[in-house]
Ligand binder design. Structure first.
Ligand code: SF4
Length: 77
């Protein structure tokens, strides 16, 4: 999956709109067993939902660090 690369093709306004939509539907961290000490193989940095440029996640609320993780982790394709 090339989520990060794809974002560079969007203009700022489009990107901000997508970000707000994502936030309005975001899961809470407690609902997904969010952790700041994820196993190395299952960190947000290696998850398909991670938005590195914004330090956020497509489906989980709030700021997200590359070393975080949660129960809905999906391997980056
Ligand atoms: S592991 Fe969870 S919080 Fe981290 S990017 Fe993936 S879905 Fe989002």
């Amino acid at each position: 999956m090339t989520l990060i690369g794809g974002q560079t093709d969007f203009g700022g306004a489009t990107l901000n709109m997508a970000f707000e939509v994502g936030r309005s539907e975001a899961l809470t961290k407690s609902a997904v067993n969010f952790t700041h000490s994820a196993a190395a193989a299952n960190t947000c940095a290696k998850c398909a939902h991670f938005l590195a440029a914004q330090s956020t996640c497509q489906i989980v609320e709030g700021p997200i660090a590359p070393t975080d993780g949660c129960s809905v982790w999906v391997a980056r394709g």
